[in-house]
Each structure stands twice: as structure tokens, then as C-alpha cells.
Ligand binder design. Structure first.
Ligand code: PLP
Length: 452
């Protein structure tokens, strides 16, 4: 896409008052003017509740196999799920540091501690690989849906899958999920990594027999190259992070699981007990899928917000202008350079943007310095270690109470906030090497001391 003319940008600045601040990379909070009641929004959706249920059933079929080949999932019977924990000390610290009470209870969804690949990508990424494997095995009559899928852990199946390949473009975490799962099944797998992907992620994948191809360019370029190479090989299946319905549905299953966890904690979500969820957003599939799943279950009682770095606000830009994937942050002069590697995406998924548009409450941006300070604070208060990207959600409740008065009033929520449940989606971190985590912590500490 050619550079957007500056005249055009001026026109948009007049039309979208927040755009100037977005361009100057200030932190902003955008409330979605296109949000609708769930019942009208869902009529426009290309996906329905049945699709989420189908994905959930498929993951159940694979559970005996997962439990067998990834022993760390055994105690969960092969279901890849993460804990939901309350974080009262972090809540106090946020309230103190930002001089802002947070009404309601604050929880962290620890996708950072998902088994197998230690990030939110263990949902969508692994699901899509499993779905592809199942389709191939069913097609070749090696498997029926009534079988015990632990039979997939055999030389017969590994030899069969070795005739096929899988490819993906990634900033790192999706590559880990797709790479580890595909290699385990026996596929030939290639991960096309953008320049910002961390060295340890590449080394980890190579140690598991995954082909890693490195690019000097950003995520969109890695995806584009991966797609071209995969197109040349008829046995190759390309996991298309920008358009995949399967990834989206794999993520959406998280909602069903979360509902159970909330019920176990005796937390009610209904008209008088609203739920707020804050999700870090890259290309959009992860947060989009989860938000979709939650809206299907909780309808107008759940309020979902996406969080992006000030240097990579691609989804916010696509939604605000209505251009979705027809605009990138580079088009308006933003560099897409952030330490939040899972979120370093310049152009959003058009499919996700359009699907989520009627359901999303809003989208805010956060600067890298803030992410490091929150990272340090979460270690100090709760001894939980997340990667920088995963902290983007943490500031959400503070921002909502500071800037969302109109939103809360409009949705008749103001008086209900003391009964609200806030869930921060902690999207990654458990696989980060210790010395790197120590470095992140030091950065956060230094920034915090400078602030005081
Ligand atoms: C990928 C990722 C996200 C965002 O998911 P998208 O599907 O790219 O929007 C958030 N946090 C972490 C740690 C990630 O790896």
C-alpha cells in the first residue's frame, strides 16, 4: 500500500479527534462508537456459538493424546488451561501508584503459564495444528472421531504426517506453539520469524527440529514471505495468523473454560455484576477470539477492551478509521518498534477487526516504559513473572476509571462497579529465560526509581 497522502491524514485528524495523539504516540483510550447490543451484533458475525462448541469438542478429542505426549498436561487430563488468580496486592499497588481506586475485584488470567508454550498462543496455535492433523488423518481413514486419539503418538502416524509440512509467520510466540505442536505430531514445520523475534525462541525451536527462517523485516513481511513459500508447496499448510478462523476459534474456547473457573470461585456475572476484560492485542486473533467467546456466553454483561503499544496501535487505527487491514501504523508515520514483541504488529487482521467491531467496548494504548514498570510491580507484589507484552492489560482498570466515566454512565454501570470483576489477560512469560526476565525487572526498577 502506498504512503497515505498527508492531505488525507489531515482530513482524518479533523474527523477523528484522537488521531493526532495516536500519531504522536501518546497514550490514548478510544471507546468504540460502533458497539452494539449482542443480539444485533451477532447477526453480522461470520462465526456463531456452534463453531466455538465444535472447537471445544475437538480439543476434548485430542486431550488423551496431549496428556500422553506433554506430561505436564497430565494432571489436567490433556486440557491445556491456565489458572485464574486474584491479585489483591497488585490492585493496592496500582491504586496507590496511580491515585485511583479500582472498584470491584481484580484477577489475572495466567496464560503466561499455559503448558507447552507459555503464552496465549498455546490456545489458537495448537488448536489449528490439531485441527489440520485431524482432517488429514480422517481423510486418509487412519482415524475416526470415536477413536482414542492417543494412538496418534506412534511411528505410524508420525510417518504419515512427515509427508506434510506446516508453515507460519510469527514474532515469536505463535512460532513456538505451531512449531512445538507440529514437530511433536511429525510434521515438517517452518517458522518465518520477524526481526524482533527473540534469539532464545529461535534456538528453542531449532532444538526441537523446527526450521527457522529469519527476516530483517517486521511481522507482516515474515507472514508474506511464509505465505509465498508455502504456496509453492502443495503439501504445505500455511497457518494464516491474519485471516484464520481456526486460530480465532481455538482462542474462543478460553471463554468456556473461564466461565467454569468463575463459577468455581462463586463469582456471578449478570446484569448487576458486570465483567471487564483487558486483553493485549497484536494482529488481533488472540484477544479477538477470547472476546468473541466471552460475548457469546455473557452477552451485554461483559465489556472487553484491547490494549496495544503506543508504537503499534494497529487494531485501534483500523477500527477508528474503519479501514481495518487497509491501513498500517507505518502509513501514518508510526514506527512499529516496541519491546512488546508479541504486539509488534503494524497492520491488523481485517477478519478480526470486522468480526469484533460490534462487540468491542474500546481500545487503549500503553507505552513500553509503563509495561516494564508494571512488570516489576507484579513481581514485587504477587511474585508473578510476565513478559512485557503481557502487562498491557494491567493498566486497563486504572484507565477505565480515569477516562471511561461516559462509557460507564451510558451503559448504566456506574452504580454497579463495586460489584464488578476485572480480569487482566496475562498473555505470556513463563518460557522467558531467567536472565532475560531479570533484565526486564531491572529496566522496570530503573524506570520506577526515575519516576519517583
Ligand atoms: C500474540 C500475543 C498477543 C496478542 O495476540 P494476537 O493474536 O497477535 O493479537 C498478546 N500477548 C502475547 C504475549 C502474545 O504473544
Amino acid at each position: 500500500m502506498k504512503e497515505i497522502e498527508s492531505k488525507e491524514i489531515q482530513k482524518w485528524k479533523d474527523q477523528y479527534p484522537l488521531l493526532s495523539k495516536l500519531i504522536s504516540m501518546e497514550e490514548i483510550f478510544w471507546f468504540n462508537p460502533n458497539i452494539e447490543k449482542f443480539q444485533t451484533g451477532i447477526k453480522k458475525s461470520p462465526l456463531i456459538q456452534e463453531d466455538v462448541r465444535d472447537a471445544e469438542e475437538r480439543l476434548k478429542r485430542f486431550a488423551p493424546y496431549i496428556a500422553k505426549v506433554f506430561p505436564e498436561t497430565k494432571k489436567m487430563n490433556g486440557i491445556i488451561e491456565s489458572p485464574l488468580v486474584d491479585i489483591p496486592s497488585m490492585k493496592q499497588s496500582l491504586e496507590r501508584n496511580y491515585q485511583q481506586p479500582i472498584l470491584g475485584e481484580l484477577f489475572l488470567k495466567c496464560d503466561s503459564h499455559l503448558p507447552i508454550s507459555g503464552s496465549i498462543k498455546a490456545r489458537g496455535g495448537i488448536y489449528e495444528v490439531l485441527k489440520h492433523a485431524e482432517e488429514l488423518a480422517l481423510q486418509h481413514q487412519l482415524l475416526t472421531v470415536h477413536d482414542d486419539y492417543s494412538i496418534l503418538d506412534s511411528d505410524r502416524f508420525r510417518t504419515f504426517f512427515s509427508q506434510y509440512s506446516i508453515a507460519v509467520g510469527s514474532t515469536g510466540n505463535l512460532g513456538l506453539s505451531i512449531g512445538i505442536m507440529s514437530a511433536k505430531l511429525g510434521f515438517n514445520v517452518t517458522v518465518h520469524m520477524s526481526a524482533d523475534a527473540k534469539q532464545w525462541k529461535k534456538e528453542l525451536l531449532r532444538s526441537k527440529n523446527v526450521n527457522v527462517i529469519e527476516y530483517e523485516a517486521d511481522y507482516s513481511k515474515a507472514v508474506e514471505e511464509g505465505r509465498i513459500q508455502a504456496d509453492m508447496d502443495p503439501t504445505c499448510y500455511f497457518v494464516d495468523d491474519e485471516n484464520s478462523h481456526d486460530l480465532f476459534l481455538g482462542y474462543a474456547v478460553a471463554a468456556v473454560r473461564l466461565k467454569k473457573q468463575l463459577e468455581e470461585l462463586k463469582i456471578t456475572i449478570d446484569e448487576n455484576n458486570p465483567l471487564f476484560v483487558y486483553l493485549p492485542c497484536g494482529v488481533g486473533g488472540g484477544p479477538g477470539g477470547i472476546a468473541f467467546g466471552l460475548k457469546v456466553l455473557y452477552k451485554d454483561y461483559v465489556h472487553c477492551f484491547f490494549a496495544e503499544p503506543t508504537h503499534s496501535p494497529c487494531m485501534l487505527l483500523g477500527l477508528m478509521t474503519g479501514l481495518h487491514d487497509r491501513i498500517s501504523v507505518q502509513d501514518i508515520g508510526i514506527d512499529n518498534i516496541t519491546d512488546a514483541d508479541g504486539l509488534a504488529v503494524g497492520r491488523p487482521s481485517g477478519f478480526v477487526g470486522k468480526t469484533i467491531e460490534p462487540f468491542l467496548s474500546g481500545n487503549y494504548t500503553v507505552c513500553d516504559e509503563q509495561l516494564y514498570m508494571l512488570l516489576k510491580e507484579l513481581v514485587d507484589t504477587e511474585a508473578i513473572r510476565l513478559e512485557p507484552s503481557a502487562l498491557a492489560g494491567m493498566i486497563g482498570p486504572i484507565k477505565l476509571f480515569k477516562e471511561g466515566t461516559d462509557y460507564l454512565q451510558k451503559h448504566n454501570l456506574t452504580k454497579k462497579m463495586n460489584k464488578a470483576t476485572h480480569i487482566i489477560w496475562g498473555t505470556g512469560g513463563n518460557m522467558v529465560p531467567e536472565e532475560m526476565m531479570a533484565e526486564y525487572y531491572r529496566k522496570g526498577l530503573k524506570l520506577t526509581l526515575n519516576e519517583q
